[in-house]
Write a protein that binds this ligand. Structure first.
Ligand code: ATP
Ligand code: MG
Length: 575
C-alpha cells in the first residue's frame, strides 16, 4: 500500500529561500540563536504585541502596510504605525474598564480590522485573549466563557444575542463594535471608547511563561479543550514563519484561516507580524472567484490555506483558475488535515507550484512537521520535523518503532510553543505526556526510510479490517483521485467476520449522479489503485460531509450516524 504513496518526488524549485537545505538547517540549529532576534533578549522585557508590532516602529517597516483588509463593503489598509496606535488605544480602553493581567478577554466577531486591534490590545495589557468563530451558537459561546471565566468580550450587536451575559457571573464587560443607540449596563461602544482613549500607553511587560492566548481545539474528536499558550511561543512562531512560510520583507502574505482556529492566530497574526510581513485579510464567505481575485488584487506571494479549501477550488475546475492572474504566487502551504496527493498534483498543474503540507495541532502552538521550500516533497507526506524538533513513531509503551511501521506520532517534550495547560483539566493535560519524555499527539503515522512522516489518521480512526491496519487517509486520498469524488470520509464499521469493514462517505462533484454503476466503479478504482482489502465495502453518498468550522471532516460524526449513537459535542460543526 505504501508504495503507491511513495511513488513521486517533487524536487526543490528555485533558490534563495530563508531556510538552508534541510540537513544543514536541522544539524546547526539552536532555539537560543532564535531568541537573540528579539528585543527581550537584551531588555528582559517580554510582550508578544511589542515584538509583533511596536518593535517595527522606528525601522523601515514603520510605514509599511501591516494589514490589508477587504470584504463586500470595506477596503482598508493599516501600517504598522497605525496598528501600534490603535492597539495602544484599545489597551487603554481595557485598562479603563479595569481589565488586568492574566484575565481572559474573548473576541467574538467576524474577521475585521477591529478584531485584530482587539487581539493586540488585549495582549498589550497582559490579558489572555480567547478568539471565537463568529459562527458559534449560544451553547458554544457559553461553554468557553464559562470554562475560562472570561471578564470581557468584544462582539457585535448582531452576535450579542448569542452571548448569555446573565448566565456568566464572571463576565463584567461587553464591548460592542458597531453599536447604535442606547447601551445597557455593562456594555460600552468600541468606537466611542476608542475615540476618547489616549494614545499614551504603557505596555504591560510580562514573563515569557505568562498566558497569551486560550484556544479551544477544533472539536474533531470530541468536546473542545481549552489550550493555553504563553508569550514564549513567539520564538517558534517567528522561526517557523521565517523558514516554513519563507516570509521576507517584500512578501504579501495571505492566511485564509479564521483566528477562531489556531492557524488564524499563530500564522494569521503572530508569525507574519513578528517577521514584519504584510498580512492580507479577506472577510466574508468562501467562493473560488472571490479567493482567486483576492490573490490577484493584492498580488499575494505566500498563501497558507487548508485541504478542504484546496479541494473546493479543485472541484470548481481549472477553467476558473485561468480567469485570474495568479503569477504573483511564490509559495503555497496547507494545514489542518491530510493533504491528498491528488491535490498536490493539481496544484503543480494549475499554479505551477508545489503545495507544502504542514502538520501541527492547537496543542503544539506552531508547526512541527513540514515540507520546506528548500526540501524535496513526497506528495502525501507531511514532511520532516522542524529543526529543534525530535519526532518519532512510538508504540503504546513509548518505544520507538523502526521505519515504515504505523504507530503513535510523538514529539520529544520541550519546544518553545508547546501548550502550558488545558484550562480546568490537568488530567487531560497529563494524558498527552503519559509516555515518559514524549508528547503523544493522538495521530497515527509512520516514518519512511528517508525520514519523511506519513499521516494515517487519528489513532482512534485507524481501521482494523480482516487483520490489516488501514489508515483512513490513504483510502480517502484514493477516493478523491477519482474524477467523480469531491470529498471523502472513511470509517471502520464493526463487522462480525472482519472486525471492521471500511465504509466511505463521499460527496460527488457537480455533474455526477450517484448510480450503482458509479459507486461500483469507485470501489474498483480503490481496489485496483490501492489494495483489495482497502476498498470500501460500503459507499454512501452525501450532499456534504460533516465538518468543523476549521474545515476538518468529522469522522466521529459519520461513525455515530452509522452506528445510530449520540453524536456528542457539535458546537464546532459547520451549519
Ligand atoms: P480536537 O482535538 O478538538 O478533536 P482537532 O484535533 O481537529 O480537534 P486541531 O488542533 O485544530 O483540532 O487539529 C489538529 C489535528 O489536525 C491533528 O492532530 C491532525 O489530526 C490534524 N492535522 C493537522 N494538520 C495536518 C496535516 N498536515 N496532515 C494531517 N493531519 C493534520
Ligand atoms: Mg486534537
Amino acid at each position: 500500500m505504501k508504495e503507491t504513496m511513495h511513488s513521486k518526488i517533487l524536487p526543490v524549485v528555485g533558490s534563495g529561500y530563508n531556510m538552508p537545505a534541510y540537513e544543514e538547517a536541522y544539524n546547526n540549529f539552536s532555539w537560543e540563536d532564535v531568541e537573540k532576534q528579539f528585543t527581550w533578549y537584551e531588555t528582559g522585557k517580554v510582550n508578544m504585541a511589542h515584538e509583533a508590532i511596536d518593535r517595527h516602529i522606528g525601522t523601515l517597516r514603520e510605514n509599511k502596510v501591516a494589514l490589508y483588509y477587504s470584504d463586500a463593503t470595506r477596503d482598508e489598509k493599516y501600517t504598522f504605525a497605525e496598528l501600534k496606535t490603535l492597539s495602544d488605544k484599545f489597551g487603554n480602553v481595557l485598562r479603563k474598564l479595569g481589565v488586568r493581567k492574566g484575565e481572559r478577554v474573548f473576541i467574538f466577531m467576524p474577521r475585521t480590522p477591529e478584531l485584530y486591534v482587539s487581539v493586540l490590545g488585549t495582549i498589550k495589557v497582559g490579558a489572555i485573549v480567547g478568539p471565537l468563530f463568529e459562527a458559534f451558537m449560544e451553547g458554544a459561546v457559553r461553554d468557553r466563557l464559562e470554562d475560562s471565566e472570561a471578564v470581557a468580550i468584544v462582539t457585535t450587536p448582531a452576535l450579542l444575542p448569542r452571548v448569555p451575559v446573565k448566565e456568566l457571573p464572571a463576565l463584567k464587560h461587553v464591548i460592542l463594535v458597531g453599536a447604535e443607540g442606547e447601551l445597557e449596563e455593562g456594555q460600552v461602544s468600541y468606537e466611542k471608547e476608542m475615540e476618547q482613549a489616549s494614545e499614551d500607553f504603557q505596555i504591560e511587560w510580562v514573563d515569557r511563561e505568562d498566558g497569551l492566548i486560550l484556544h479551544y481545539t477544533s472539536g474533531s474528536t470530541g468536546k473542545p479543550k481549552g489550550v493555553l499558550h504563553v508569550h514564549n511561543a513567539m520564538i517558534q512562531h517567528y522561526q517557523t514563519a521565517k523558514w516554513v512560510l519563507d516570509l521576507k520583507d517584500d512578501d504579501i502574505y495571505w492566511c485564509t484561516a479564521d483566528p477562531g482556529w489556531v492557524t488564524g492566530t499563530s500564522y494569521g497574526i503572530f508569525g507574519p507580524w513578528l517577521n514584519g510581513a504584510t498580512n492580507v485579510i479577506r472577510g466574508g464567505r468562501f467562493s473560488p472567484h472571490d479567493w482567486y481575485s483576492t490573490i490577484e488584487k493584492y498580488k499575494v506571494t505566500v498563501w497558507y490555506s487548508a485541504p478542504t479549501a484546496f479541494r473546493m477550488l479543485m472541484g470548481a475546475g481549472d477553467e476558473v483558475v485561468k480567469q485570474y492572474n495568479l503569477s504573483s504566487l511564490r509559495h503555497i502551504l496547507s494545514v489542518g488535515e491530510p493533504l491528498n496527493p491528488e491535490v498536490v498534483y493539481w496544484g503543480t498543474r494549475v499554479f505551477n507550484k508545489r503545495i507544502h503540507d504542514t502538520w501541527w495541532m492547537t496543542e503544539t502552538g506552531a508547526q512541527l512537521i513540514c515540507n520546506y521550500p528548500s526540501m524535496p516533497i513526497k506528495p502525501g507526506s507531511m514532511g520532516k520535523p522542524f529543526p529543534g524538533i525530535v519526532a518519532a513513531i512510538v508504540d503504546d509503551e513509548g518505544n520507538e518503532l523502526p521505519p515504515n511501521r504505523m504507530g503513535n506520532l510523538a514529539i520529544k517534550v520541550g519546544w518553545p510553543s508547546m501548550m502550558r495547560k488545558i484550562w480546568n483539566n490537568p488530567a487531560k493535560y497529563e494524558e498527552y505526556f503519559r509516555l515518559k519524555g514524549w508528547y503523544v499527539s493522538g495521530d497515527s503515522a509512520y516514518m519512511d526510510e528517508d525520514g519523511y512522516f506519513w499521516f494515517q489518521g487519528r489513532v482512534d480512526d485507524v481501521i482494523m479490517t480482516a487483520g490489516e491496519r488501514v489508515g483512513p487517509f490513504e483510502v480517502e486520498s484514493k477516493l478523491v483521485e477519482h474524477p467523480a469524488v469531491a470529498e471523502a470520509g472513511v470509517i471502520g464499521k464493526p463487522d462480525p467476520v472482519r472486525g471492521e469493514i471500511i465504509k466511505a462517505f463521499i460527496s460527488l462533484r457537480d455533474g455526477y449522479e450517484a448510480t450503482d454503476e458509479l459507486l461500483e466503479e469507485i470501489r474498483q478504482f480503490v481496489k485496483v489503485g490501492l489494495a483489495a482489502h482497502a476498498a470500501p465495502r460500503e459507499i454512501e453518498v452525501k450532499d456534504k460531509l460533516p465538518k468543523t468550522r476549521s474545515g476538518k471532516i468529522m469522522r466521529r460524526v459519520l461513525k455515530a450516524w452509522e452506528l445510530g449513537l449520540p453524536t456528542g459535542d457539535l458546537s464546532t460543526m459547520e451549519d
